[in-house]
Design a protein around this ligand. Sequence first.
Ligand SMILES: Nc1ncnc2c1ncn2[C@@H]1O[C@H](COP(=O)(O)OP(=O)(O)O)[C@@H](O)[C@H]1O
Ligand SMILES: Cc1ncsc1CCOP(=O)(O)O
Ligand SMILES: [Mg+2]
Length: 282
Amino acid sequence: MSDLLRPDSALDLAGSAADLLEVLRETPPLTHCITNAVVTGFTANVLLALGAAPAMVDIIDEAGLFAGVASGVLINLGTPTPEQRAAGAEAVAGATASGTPWVLDPVAIGALPVRTALAHELLAHRPTAIRGNASEILALAGLSAGGRGVDATDSTDAAFEAAVLLARRTSGVVAVSGPVDLVTDGDRVLRLANGHELLTRVTGGGCALGAVMAAFLGAATATDHDELTAVAAASLVYTIAAERAAAEAGGPGSFAVALLDALAAVGADDVRAAARIEAGVL
Ligand SMILES: Nc1ncnc2c1ncn2[C@@H]1O[C@H](COP(=O)(O)OP(=O)(O)O)[C@@H](O)[C@H]1O
Ligand SMILES: Cc1ncsc1CCOP(=O)(O)O
Ligand SMILES: [Mg+2]
């Protein structure tokens, strides 16, 4: 990254994220999720708490048509059964035909052959956004063999070039999660420093974030905000809520519950006040 943008561009982004949170709650975006068996309930609760409208439509002959009417779609490869794999392909076709934004979360790709091949097939259809941890983003770019199961073994900074490469290849947005989140559209780079380690101590911390990105992308379609802003807004709102939840929680169990309460309670002013952003151009 070079040429840090003037400091008020970070303030602009915090303001845009705050605006988008309000738009999302007014809309609310119908968020179509094809996601894994581990996190389905948690993901739906995260979306509901935030103010979005989740629907887990992951069967053949429904996923395509539903993606056409949804506001945003998530394709998460965590437990990709044969039916989900076919439903995912249908959903991508439906989303592409109708212009619905869609998010790819390539969970645990690298060493596992079925999901890795599927992720590369889906990549060719140019997701609006890709969300993964650093090892997943490196593996999707063909630069590593992935992490350890669903967990990253690489730092966010190590995935910087992979993220830029994927963003340029797809003309989309790539979000790399970790202690500091990195979001890029291939021209601009954002580093978002909010969050809490407890997000890694409950299952679905990353997967639910992908669904939140689909919801924010859906909300943003009726606004002037671009996809980079929508994806960053999702990350900011989610991680700021996590910080507030962690302040109340005694451990992972109470954190998971507190996160839902915090997602419902977090407001536009909280986002403006708490966002920690570094913005730059490539
Ligand atoms: N050490 C950390 N400190 C603060 N926030 C973190 C940390 N690690 C991950 N996060 C946050 O947790 C969420 C999930 O990220 P991550 O654990 O990288 O995803 P995944 O579950 O897909 O591996 C993101 O919002 C990220 O910002
Ligand atoms: C544990 C596990 N196994 C397959 S999918 C999954 C959930 C992963 O969730 P996250 O990527 O959000 O940690
Ligand atoms: Mg993940």
